[in-house]
Design a protein around this ligand. Structure first.
Ligand code: NAP
Length: 320
């Protein structure tokens, strides 16, 4: 409790690492709400690293844990926190991420486009057009397809609800069971196979943790019904690239829409670029909107200073 008194009375040093354009928006928002914050841009404004208690960044500076021996909290400027290896952070350091409504809205827009392209065979017709081929197939209606969402958290739950309102059958898979209107809940490793077997279009919205890395592999993807498609908007490390390519080449899977990759930017020579059944976007499904995020960051820092619950706090033992 001594910490509370120290925090409310004295100056707290915050180090920000990232584009200065963002700092110009966020710094006034944070300083307006939290008068005791002394904001310093990394690296040129950092006078004494031992004073630093708050780090705001996407990627931390090298050796930051020894550089900032009095660090108490890290605020990720994005939704993901896998870059901080949460399970390896010292116990006393809190980790917080953005939970931006605009990111959720953007993810729903992106996935609506991708699912509808797949649902209405638009990627296949684009290929047929290249060959000047007129080959109609009877379209299915939404209620004849099952959209499957793995990861039913901040983004996945809203995405699952959205596709249910569009009339799709929706099944979701997560670690713990869920009750979501018009969404069938599957959970845990024991129910993964049944879940995968039920899905025509799989959306990955898992966080990257040791338990979810390489989850989309030859075995699990083979459980999808023939002709199914996948959309990966989670992290590139969820997917084993060679296994996906093998299942597209042997026609078990029909298409893959990929927004995230093991290595970004995707290397020029990667086979995904030219594969006719792979559709790539450069990690743009849902980006933090700088203006609304400024207020969110300021609110989160204020909540942390006041020792009230901070939205987006990470459970470091789970890793998300
Ligand atoms: P979140 O709120 O942390 O939700 C995670 C969900 O995954 C929870 O439902 C959780 O289950 C489930 N889960 C975690 N580990 C699991 C496991 N081992 N087995 C089964 N289920 C597991 O995540 P989010 O904020 O929705 O973000 C989802 C992903 O989107 C992240 O990878 C993030 O980096 C990515 N993302 C991508 C973009 C983009 O532009 N492409 C933008 C933003 C975010 P419980 O509910 O049972 O705990």
């Amino acid at each position: 409790m001594d910490d509370v008194a120290v925090m409310s009375d004295s100056t707290i040093t915050l180090v920000y690492r990232g584009p200065r354009k963002r700092a110009a928006l966020w710094r006034p928002a944070v300083e307006a709400k939290c008068s005791q914050i002394r904001w310093q841009n990394w690296p040129d404004e950092v006078s004494n690293p031992a004073d630093v208690q708050i780090l705001v960044t996407w990627l931390p500076p090298e050796d930051y844990l020894s550089l900032f021996p009095n660090l108490k909290v890290i605020f990720s400027v994005g939704m993901g926190v896998d870059q901080f290896s949460p399970q390896q952070l010292p116990e006393h350091i809190q980790l917080v991420r953005m939970q931006d409504e605009n990111v959720r809205a953007s993810m729903i827009e992106y996935l609506t486009g991708a699912v509808m392209m797949l649902h209405r065979d638009s990627y296949s017709y684009a290929q047929l057009q290249q060959q000047t081929l007129w080959q109609p197939s009877r379209p299915k209606l939404a209620h004849q397809r099952t959209v499957g969402v793995i990861g039913l958290g901040f983004l996945g739950k809203a995405v699952a609800e959205h596709f249910a309102t569009l009339g799709f059958k929706v099944n979701g898979w997560s670690r713990s069971p869920k009750t979501i209107d018009n969404v069938a809940s599957y959970h845990g490793q024991n129910q993964l196979r049944d879940f995968m077997q039920s899905v025509d279009c799989l959306i990955c919205l898992l966080p990257l943790t040791p338990a979810t890395e390489n989850m989309l592999n030859r075995d699990t993807l083979s459980w999808l019904p023939p002709g199914a498609s996948i959309i990966n908007v989670g992290r590139g490390q969820h997917l084993v690239d060679e296994d996906l390519l093998a299942l597209l080449d042997n026609e078990h899977l029909s298409h893959a829409v990929l927004d995230v990759f093991r290595e970004e930017p995707l290397k020029q020579e990667h086979p995904f670029w030219t594969h006719p059944k792979v559709h790539i976007t450069p990690h743009v499904a849902a980006l933090v909107v700088e203006e609304s995020a400024a207020e969110l960051m300021a609110d989160n820092i204020q909540a942390w200073l006041q020792q009230t619950p901070v939205s987006g706090s990470i459970d470091k033992t789970r890793g998300y």
